[in-house]
Ligand binder design. Sequence first.
Ligand code: GP9
Ligand code: MN
Length: 431
Amino acid sequence: TPKNLEKIEKFVKSNNTIPNAQYYGTVKGKNVVMFHLESFQQFLIDYKVDGEPVTPNINRFYHDQNSLSFDNFYNQVGQGKTADAENMLENGLYGLASGAAMVNYGSTNTYQAVPNMLDQRGYTTAAFHGDVASFWNRDNTYKNWGYDYFFSKPFYKGANKDDYNIGYGMKDKIFLKDASQYLDQLPQPFYSKVITVTNHYPYDLDKKNISINKTDTGDKTVDGYVQTARYLDQAFGEFERYLKKSGMYDNTVIVLYGDHYGISENHPKAIAKLMGKDSVTPYDLANWQKVPLIIHSPGLKGGIKHTYGGEIDVMPTLMHLLGISTADNIQFGQDLLAKNNKQVVPFRNGNFVSKNYVKYGGNYYVTSTGTQINPKEDPRAKAIIDNDQNYVNDSLTYSDQVQTGDLLRFHKLAGYKQDDPKNYSYKQDDP
Ligand code: GP9
Ligand code: MN
């Protein structure tokens, strides 16, 4: 074993959370749908334009008594954007400091990913996406993550009609309708990932799909965002109805998550207007990084949790709900339902949010109040911040080492065997 792997294993073990017995295994054996909400921010939930909720279906889902919803959950992506989110959620590994891990290492590295872990426990695994298979090197990466199927654009009837596409691929409603016909055929239990695209910059939408007014910040690149978000919300609502009609709903866990911001920090004036403020501080911009995480299953004891966490934490949280231990995995998240969760959320550039303090753009704030502090004048705060910063730096460094050094090939995970990527083709001859 390489020396740095031993160090990493020690670090990971020392940060492993103790699964919460109230939740452990409560959705064991159920189907899983990872529903990817493209560019969808937390602020959209319960947000109104001209008195009308933008996302009524997702709002209802968020407040449902069988939904575990998180209101202090952050995106942690870097340049890899969607790909970083996928990498965190399914491996518990961060994106890289620059570029995208899926592109640089997805074809060659050994992974101990969620799809393969579930595959080996009798699950069928499938990813759905209405864009070309090669984007973010998904076609090669998914083989190494153990996906049995990847239904990309050529698999869908509507894929080639001009009017059925916009931006990065098929319009969400059409994509989901076509995808559901494949989902129907999957042997259960299945683990599936559904990646939407329509709510992606530049937030273009054809007239007939517009059902809510734009916002009026005056920033042209921002104001259409609520319209594509509304469209995505409707698409999700239709998908939910389909799952109910098919009879699968009761036996399925839906994990709804936003992958990253939709409105970048380069639009501070527009962000201030949307937040109803005169201007924004770095503290506000840290909050702006919140995205939804909603884990729903009929019978699950839900509620809105205030635990501070991020995308890196989904993997152990979900695995524990499914009754699968992550004690031996090399992954950098912490179970959001565990009582000994640190509640420190690293951003890819070394900034962080914790339950105590926010570090953003070189400034420090008290998380609960937004009051700016100077750690140099506050030794008690400084001690906590230094400790959190060390954890953040180590997490990112070790995660990078795992990926750039392909270290998982040396790490034995009990009961795990790497699937041969040659077992999968993902090819559709006759679209
Ligand atoms: C395209 C899509 C977009 O296939 O997933 O990725 P993003 O630009 O959001 O990273
Ligand atoms: Mn994205």
